[in-house]
Each structure stands twice: as C-alpha cells, then as structure tokens.
Design a protein. Structure first.
Length: 255
C-alpha cells in the first residue's frame, strides 16, 4: 500500500532529509587517507545526536540479514556496491567510497547516498561516479505526475547501460515515509510507461548503483551485509529522497 503524503508531511520529511545531507557532508569531508570507516560512522552518529534524530539503519534486520545492521552509516569501498559495514579499515589513496545514510526525525525518514574518491582519483572511477549521478538526475527528472515507475527505471537504466556498466540484479529504490522502506519498489532498469502511476504525495528513494565491469552479479561478504561485485570491479551508488508534487520532483535530501 502506498501512502500519499500531505504537503505538511513532505515538509517534515525535508527536515529529516536535512539531517541526512548534513551527516553525508560531514562524513565525506572527514574521509581522508588514514581515516577509518568507524571514524566516519562516529561522525554520522554525532550529527544524529545533535539533531535529536535516530537511525533507521542501526539495528535494522531484513529477511536476508544474518544479524542486525551494527552502524548508522553504510560504508562501501571499491568493489563493495552497497550495505558496507563500517570497520577499522583505514582509507587508502585512490579508494572509491560510497556512503549511505538515513535519519528518522519527527516520525519521518530520509535516505540518501553519495560516492567519492579519497585522495588521487582515477579517471575511470570519476566516470563511474558521474554516471551514477547522471542516472540519479535522469531518474529524478522522470519522477513527475503522469509518468509511471517504469519511466524512472527506464531513465536510470538507459544512462547506466549506455555507459557500459552493470546494474546489480534485484536492487533499486523504494518508497519512504514513516518507515525507511515502503511501497512501491523503484527498479533501476525497466520499460517506460509500465508500473504504478506517479501521483502527488508519493515519496521515493531513487538510488542507481553501477558496476564498472559491466557484470550485473554480486555476492554477500562474510559479514552477511556487504554486497561485492562478482568480477571484482568497482561500484558506485547515488541516492536522494524525492517527493512527487504538482510542481515537479522535490529533492528532500539535498544540502
């Protein structure tokens, strides 16, 4: 069931989204050679605390997870696609890092992700990240009243496939509101004109993921959470929480 949010509810979700944007910005600014993934998680935790918000990630345990998620920040490095568990690993020059973060404030959730390079970038990694960002922008542009979920999926998939990248099978965006994950699902590839119609008041987390090697397959790491590319190539992830309005898409997790 899809809950349509009122304008007041969307404004409240924007406040949760601000917390998400602040935490991602703080973690990204702190990410440097020698900084540990646990350090980044602690920084994100501090932003939550200062905002009086809570984490929808910490303790989250979907059906596939062997244990509850142990952190407030997902930190996926190099060949990790999503759901990376923060560890004592210290960042190296040239690492490609994707961080995903959610916040719950006033009963509403926000969810966003960003990818970046630590230290010296490789051109192929910059292209990978730019493609994820362009796919996100294309998905957001398609998130308008009168379109369907398939139009968002098609816009994202077209950008990713044109660049020659893989798209992780079975993973994509989702509805969001009182809970981090709500209906409907938002695939990262699909046919235009298909799926649920987009209506004012729908709020979606749109999140393309791309695999540099072009393979769509992945496997879970021993921690049961981190998903890694099967071909060992690098991956990037970009995400925003977006409200569907009569005036066009409204990004709720922008800084």
């Amino acid at each position: 069931m899809v809950e349509l949010k009122t304008d007041e509810s969307i404004d409240a979700m924007r406040e949760a989204g601000r917390v998400v944007a602040q935490a991602l910005t703080a973690a990204r600014e702190a990410a440097a050679v020698g900084v540990s993934l646990l350090d980044l998680d602690a920084i994100a935790h501090d932003v939550l605390r200062e905002a009086g918000a809570s984490s929808p990630f910490l303790g989250y345990r979907p059906h596939f997870a062997p244990v509850p998620f142990p952190a407030v920040l997902c930190t996926s490095v190099n060949d990790a696609i999503v759901h990376g568990v923060p560890t004592a690993y210290r960042l190296h020059d040239g690492d490609l890092v994707s961080i995903d973060f959610g916040a719950q404030l006033g009963g509403w959730a926000g969810d966003s992700a960003v990818s970046f390079i630590v230290g010296t970038p490789r051109p192929e990694d910059l292209r990978l990240i730019e493609t994820a960002e362009h796919a996100l922008a294309a998905g957001i542009e398609a998130a308008v009243v009168g379109n369907r979920i398939g139009d968002i999926a098609h816009a994202i998939g077209t950008v990713c496939r044109k660049a020659g990248y893989g798209i992780p099978e079975g993973f994509g965006g989702h509805g969001i509101g009182r809970r981090m994950h709500e209906d409907p699902g938002v695939p990262n590839e699909g046919r235009p004109g298909r799926g649920m119609p987009l209506r004012p008041g729908m709020v979606l987390a749109i999140e393309p993921m791309v695999i540099a090697g072009g393979d769509d397959h992945y496997h879970p790491a021993p921690d049961g959470w981190t998903l890694r590319t099967n071909d060992g190539s690098r991956a990037a992830h970009a995400e925003h929480t977006v409200a569907i309005t009569q005036d066009g898409p409204r990004i709720l997790t922008a800084l």
